[in-house]
Design a protein around this ligand. Sequence first.
Ligand code: GDP
Length: 360
Amino acid sequence: MSDSDTHDPTSLRTPIVAVLGHVDHGKTSLLDKIRGSAVIEGEAGAITQHIGATAVPLDVVSSIAGELVDPDDFDLPGLLFIDTPGHHSFTTLRSRGGALADIAILVVDVNDGFQPQTLEALDILRRSETPFIVAANKIDTVPGWNENENSPINDTYESQSDRVTSRLDEKLYEIIGNLSDEGFSADLYWRVQNFQRNVGVVPVSAMTGEGVPDLLAVMMGLSQRYMKEEMEIDVAGPGVGTVLEVKEEKGFGKTIDIVLYDGTIRADDTIVVGGQNDPIVTEVRALLQPRPLAEIRTESRFEKVDEVSAAAGIKVAAPELGDAMAGAPVRVVRDRDLDDVIDEVEAELADIAVDTEEQG
Ligand code: GDP
């Protein structure tokens, strides 16, 4: 991990982004497209593959989005996408006071429109009060569509026939109507003045990359405008995160993949992790991140790092993790009283249990 990642001079963290939507509407493809574009646009080392997440730094967002994102207008460091899309990961991944994701993309297939899991996702977003935008996906499937790879929507619209654009508009307004039936006032994103009051709909193609510049620009703009205060963290403070997954890892035993949303975790920290029974108190053995593909030879897929700061996805190897649970809180103790930290973890676990019951 580069110095700029671990010693962010500002105390603004990356917003955490989740992708939701009905099966086959293109969640995975959209994430792949964003990751792929980021790799192409990124200078060596600019894009960081995290454990369970992909960080797209502001300069990469800006090179993908072109004129739509002027980096000078932003001080948030970029966007962190959680790699596992879907409702299950969204509902199990919580942080104190709500969803782990700060912001969400709801993917809707323009041909298929609203489907059961679209409604379910809206329900989840409503309940967790998570700001979101709608990616109206697969615009390239409109008959007669003229593909313009990775182009902003405005540019690609201009190269379509009137018949094609009116057909697409019809489908987009259907989605806007569906959103309104569900109580969300929505509009095409370029008409939205206040993203806190209105849901922006962004036409995209996860296949051709059309509209992806717009999608990133809207996410970045929305975060900067409405979430900056929530992104202010004490980067140097003790790390706080959520367990994504508990995994057996060759040579390391049971490990936890976590998303850190506050502070810093170091390779010699004592941590408290929510467990199936009692909170687990343990010492970090190693912090692991994926080794860049180019460097994978016969050695481990992972490389050890000394510390990581929020927001980040990281694998933690430590003894006694057998009872750790996905969705459970993780807290670094550092120079605080151990019992206080255990109490905090227990309180968070109790909150999660209540929420799970409420959701049936
Ligand atoms: P998920 O279940 O929501 O993660 O959906 P996937 O990303 O797996 O996509 C489902 C199918 O739709 C796959 O066959 C994709 O190739 C296809 N697909 C996804 N996005 C697009 C798109 O923008 N255009 C077209 N033509 N196909 C797409």
